[in-house]
Design a protein around this ligand. Sequence first.
Ligand code: FAD
Ligand code: DHB
Length: 392
Amino acid sequence: MRTQVGIVGAGPAGLLLSHLLHLRGIDSVVLEARSREYVEQRVRAGVLEQGTVDVLNEAGVGERMSAEGLPHHGIELRYGGAGHRIPFERLVPGRAITVYGQQEVVKDLIARRLADGGKILFDVPDVVPHSLEADPYLTFQGERLDCDIIAGCDGFHGVCRPSIPDGVLSIFQRDYPFAWLGILAQVPPSAEELIYSRGDRGFALHSMRSPEISRFYLQVPPDASLDDWPDERIWAELRARLETVPGFALTEGPIISRDLSAMRSFVAEPMRYGRLYLAGDAAHIVPPTGAKGLNLAVADVRVLTEALAGLYATGSTELLDAYSATCLKRVWRAQHFSWWMTTLLHTFDTDDPYGRRLQTSHLDYVTSSEAAATTLAENYVGLPFDFGAPRD
Ligand code: FAD
Ligand code: DHB
């Protein structure tokens, strides 16, 4: 088999790349380790930046997102017995976020690729990348896929990044002393907007997927197991961490899915080796507090698409050679923002009153200074795609 771009991984990065390349007349094949059902049901992100929404709409895959996604013009930071709204409409006029589940984005992209005759091979768990310096190819299940370029879109635990020889990549990493327990519950949201709540018992987040489905997260110990968290304990903890302002009552209901996520910051540089280009979680991870991971994956594949379109139109590798540096500017901004939001809102060492005072002081600043609130808002809704480009 032969294609122009061999894509490993059918997450948001791999699927969107395949679709954007198709719109530019570039052929690709996507190889995915898991089943279609699995990738369509995996519950993860929910917050799409303005730029991500724009890319999906411009690429003609935003129809259901526009109909079912929930535009949000602010978030609440809750701490010290009060809620403080960060109003995007005033701080970053014209920019907002849309709450729309990652698995819905994945479903929309798969449906569109298949309708366009795109090739996605599911249940291919044994992909191996070869010959990355020149004439690259992928092997799987006794088959061989030759390609001009390999796109490693296979997430943090994928096979592409580890196939780069030792010593090539510089790794930058930070682990956090907690994890997130996430649930989906069949209950209407308890508030109209997202609530990021910091308290002595740990962080909690109120989010949603639709007028009927809520999404919640709890900071839990890094070694927590789902078995430790029966439904009653989850609701009791959510109540204790969210019902901290007068008049707020959590609506409870059946929990329909639950998941645990490690909290990690990670960057591999450069995001390229020879003919292999890494995109999305394969190259970088952020803790989810800033809601940036999926959005970064979309930004990466947007840059990669332009670079590959340049290659096939003119033979020039200029944009491809700049791919890693171009992406890393945005990646590092999101790294900082995600680390900062995580540090601002989670309970670290309860024996560190100095650290706790600093956190409160910073929260007071962000919720009282227009300048500090604007910094949060413009990062949260997402920086423009020309972020980092020299200004006139
Ligand atoms: P993935 O989604 O991980 O996709 C990689 C794909 O490759 C998978 O389908 C996997 O099965 C496949 N694969 C792996 N190994 C192989 C192999 N060897 N061969 C073939 N295929 C392989 N981001 C946001 O922007 N906003 C949010 O609100 C947000 N909230 C989050 C909440 C949680 C709890 C979590 C865990 C993450 C959140 N994120 C958020 C991050 C976001 O989910 C990820 O950044 C996003 O999934 C990255 O997409 P990706 O395509 O790069 O990788
Ligand atoms: C959601 C996830 C996040 O990581 C976040 O910061 C906000 C919302 C969500 O899944 O809804």
